[in-house]
Design a protein around this ligand. Structure first.
Ligand code: MTE
Length: 369
């Protein structure tokens, strides 16, 4: 599989795209470009990369299916497309770093990208069901996790390896988990993992491994750095090594969240009727209700919650509030179908690497008469 580094990945992005880090490209759209429609165009979709973007020749690409299978497989893109049924799944990818900026304001999170609302987006992914490929290989009785690794070359602790991780086998066998080669009806671009990436709907974006090279059925979670030593929630850092979160809990399903896209933090708005707009999502079960407060959480009104595009997508919501002149704090919170809500404060969710912030979203604005 000849490899070169893809050039100028930013070319596919629209003006206004916020670049946090140019190495490998990490960035996303400003809030006013997000959630304008149910789907996020590729030109606005966030990008999260831990290493330079590999340029992979689709003709030379092969997927290795290994581990606790009855028969190991090596599949080309053509094999996938010819031997298996094509599926489309609308799904929202949410990076575990979403809303880290609020955590950082509470207490420093050294060495991590300070994402705000950029790293979430919804696409219709096209490809084949991972389940169909696993069935073709035969799932061994001892298989408990699905490990995966990409073709990028990440450097950590003096070693170079492909970004990877794992999900429980029950999740891997759900029919909506895809080996995706299309995004919003177009072939996957190099930036988003082309020719083939995994899409694990409802799980943190990190499990949707790009430039997929191998999947492996395992008896234990993957030993890949990004499963064993990162994307873990550790509430109190170890003072001797504050960035080591091996002892924390591994992230999986996206936690219930409700995000205010407009008005934006620190913006100036005119007194009177103001439309508050955002999205809500829960990787475990549908969102039932979103509430908005315009007085810092003393009183609440129910928001209008739009139907989701699919089981795995965000739901957009709007609420009309009346704001008097002066400073105001808008707050959003949601409940899911299981009756669960969100943590109220940032202090409750702060963790050493600043992952999975799903505290009530507070946005301070200045209201002018
Ligand atoms: N896959 C590989 N191979 N390398 C990566 O750095 N980043 C992960 C995931 N898959 C990553 C990867 C993370 S943390 C996220 S949030 C999503 O890809 C982002 O997907 P996107 O760049 O298409 O938005």
């Amino acid at each position: 599989m000849a490899r070169a580094v893809a050039s100028q990945p930013l070319k596919e992005k629209e003006p206004g795209y916020r670049v946090l880090d140019a190495e490998g490209l990490n960035g996303g759209p400003p809030p006013d470009q997000l959630g304008l429609g149910e789907l996020t165009p590729v030109g606005r979709f966030f990008a999260r990369n831990h290493a330079p973007i590999p340029g992979v020749d689709p003709k030379a690409w092969r997927l290795a299916v290994r581990g606790l299978v009855r028969q190991e497989l090596s599949l080309s893109l053509e094999d996938l497309q010819r031997r298996f049924l094509r599926h489309e799944v609308p799904a929202t990818l949410v990076c575990a770093g979403l809303r880290r900026a609020e955590l950082v304001r509470h207490r420093p999170v050294p060495g991590e990208l300070v994402w705000d609302l950029e790293p979430a987006g919804t696409a219709v992914w096209g490809g084949v069901a991972l389940r169909d490929v696993l069935m073709a290989a035969g799932v061994g009785d001892a298989a408990v996790h699905l490990g995966m690794a990409g073709l990028d070359e990440v450097e950590r602790g003096g070693k170079t390896f492909g970004f990877g991780g794992s999900v429980p086998i029950e999740k891997a066998l759900e029919p909506d988990v895809l080996l995706a080669y299309e995004m919003n009806g177009q072939p996957l671009t190099a930036l988003h993992g082309g020719p083939v990436r995994l899409v694990v709907p409802g799980y943190i974006g990190a499990r949707s491994v790009k430039w997929l090279a191998e999947i492996e059925l395992l008896a234990a979670p993957s030993a890949n750095y990004f499963q064993a030593a990162a994307y873990r929630v550790l509430r109190e850092p170890d003072p001797s090594d504050p960035r080591d979160v091996r002892a924390g809990d591994a992230l999986g399903e996206v936690a219930l969240n409700a995000v205010i896209l407009a008005p934006e933090q620190g913006s100036h708005v005119r007194a009177g009727e103001v439309t508050v707009r955002g999205w809500a999502m829960d990787g475990r079960c549908p969102v039932r209700r979103v509430e908005v407060s315009s007085d810092g959480g003393r009183t609440w009104i129910g928001a209008d919650l739009a139907a989701a595009e699919g089981r795995w997508t965000w739901q957009r919501w709007t609420a009309q509030v009346t704001l008097p002149p002066g400073p105001a704090v808008l707050v959003a919170r949601a409940w899911n179908e299981a009756g669960q809500g969100q943590p109220e404060t940032i202090a409750e969710v702060w963790n050493a690497k600043g992952y999975a912030n799903n505290a009530w979203h507070r946005v301070a604005v200045e209201v002018h008469g």
